[in-house]
Design a protein around this ligand. Structure first.
Ligand SMILES: [Zn+2]
Length: 349
């Protein structure tokens, strides 16, 4: 096969296809041989549901968007990359003409072409094209496995910036899946004096401790939101002034708003049900700042690479399994089983 690709044909049906090798048409683009791809909750959701919100899979689509690879060809205008460079691949390219792009919030561009978001093909293929400025070169001592984790780490960087985490912040993070764990690591690297992580699974909390959590709270689905909030405040010794929710669960969202200090900031990162019961009275009474965080924007990818390169964030701790490209289907099943933290799929040979 010249460009083996892992394709979602329709809900719950995937197969390997030989796609044409993509050709560089824009001189600012590079061609990357994809070497490592992490599986994300969104990939699994398209696999099992065929849609996320307004994005609906209507035609076969290559999955995958958390990738790193090696440059195999460069366009004639490419200035900063060369064949053989190892790069983390930022998988969403906005329109350079949109208001959102021009105003510095390109992640909000309505014309964004994002890997494995319909109708755009993803990165689980042998080759992928990107503009050179959406590739971040990896230092020699950073592995391609770590490069694949730059994508979810950039989500942690973006949300921590929006939350204005800084030295002395008291942060709480709800949900210790890959994104919650990486927010924990970033908040710690940004200088938060405490990072309290809340989850219902103990071994995820153990991992959160390894990534910089100062306190953990094992929540129970039997607890009310106020009871969970009390546990958070008791564990931390104070109300958190910043809360990031990486769970998307209604009970967590309510517990978070209940726990947060008056005047604090709440950032929604996780996505669960599209509509939830929300304690709006507390938002007024505590005069909270509420923000949504979507993917990542300018500077987030390079900073994520620096956090790895400097040793401030050890993303390798998240990798629970690595599988061959031919086992991509099994890799998805592993993620769905809930037994894996982060599964990495090797690129096609
Ligand atoms: Zn992702």
């Amino acid at each position: 096969m010249s460009n083996p690709s892992f394709v979602l044909q329709k809900v719950n049906e995937v197969s390997f296809e030989d796609r044409p090798v993509p050709e560089i048409k824009d001189p600012h683009y590079v061609k990357i041989a994809v070497k490592k791809t992490g599986i994300c909750g969104s990939d699994v959701h398209y696999y099992t549901h065929g849609a996320i919100g307004d994005f609906v899979v209507k035609a076969p689509m290559v999955l995958g968007h958390e990738s790193a690879g090696v440059i195999v060809e460069v366009g004639s205008e490419v200035k900063n990359l060369k064949v053989g460079d190892r790069v983390a691949m930022e998988p969403g390219v906005p329109s350079r003409y949109s208001d959102e792009y021009k105003s510095g919030r390109y992640n909000l561009c309505p014309c964004m072409a994002f890997a494995a978001t319909p109708p755009y093909d993803g990165t689980l293929a042998k080759y992928y094209l990107l503009p050179e400025d959406y590739c971040v070169k990896l230092p020699d001592h950073v592995s391609l496995d770590e490069g694949a984790l730059v994508e979810p780490l950039a989500v942690g960087v973006h949300s921590s910036k929006l939350a204005d985490v800084r030295p002395g912040s008291k942060v709480a993070v709800f949900g210790a899946g890959p994104v919650g764990l990486l927010i924990t690591a970033v908040a710690s690297a940004f200088g938060a004096s405490s990072v309290t992580v809340i989850d219902i699974v103990q071994n995820r909390l153990d991992l959160a401790k390894e990534l910089g959590a100062t306190h953990t709270v094992l929540a129970s689905i039997k607890d009310t939101s106020d009871e969970t909030a009390k546990k958070v405040v008791a564990a931390t010794g104070a109300q958190p002034d910043i809360v990031l929710d990486a769970s998307g669960a209604e009970s967590s969202i309510n517990a978070a708003i209940s726990a947060i200090k008056p005047g604090g900031t709440y950032v929604q990162v996780g996505m669960g049900k599209p509509n939830v019961n929300f304690p709006i009275a507390n938002v007024i009474g505590k005069e909270l700042t509420i923000k949504g965080s979507f993917r990542y924007g300018y500077g987030d990818y390079p900073l994520a690479v620096e956090l790895i390169s400097s040793g401030k964030v050890n993303v390798k701790k998240l990798i629970s399994h690595t599988v061959k490209f031919e086992e991509a289907k099994e890799a998805f099943e592993l993620v769905m089983s809930g037994k894996a933290v982060k599964v990495i799929i090797d690129g096609p040979q």
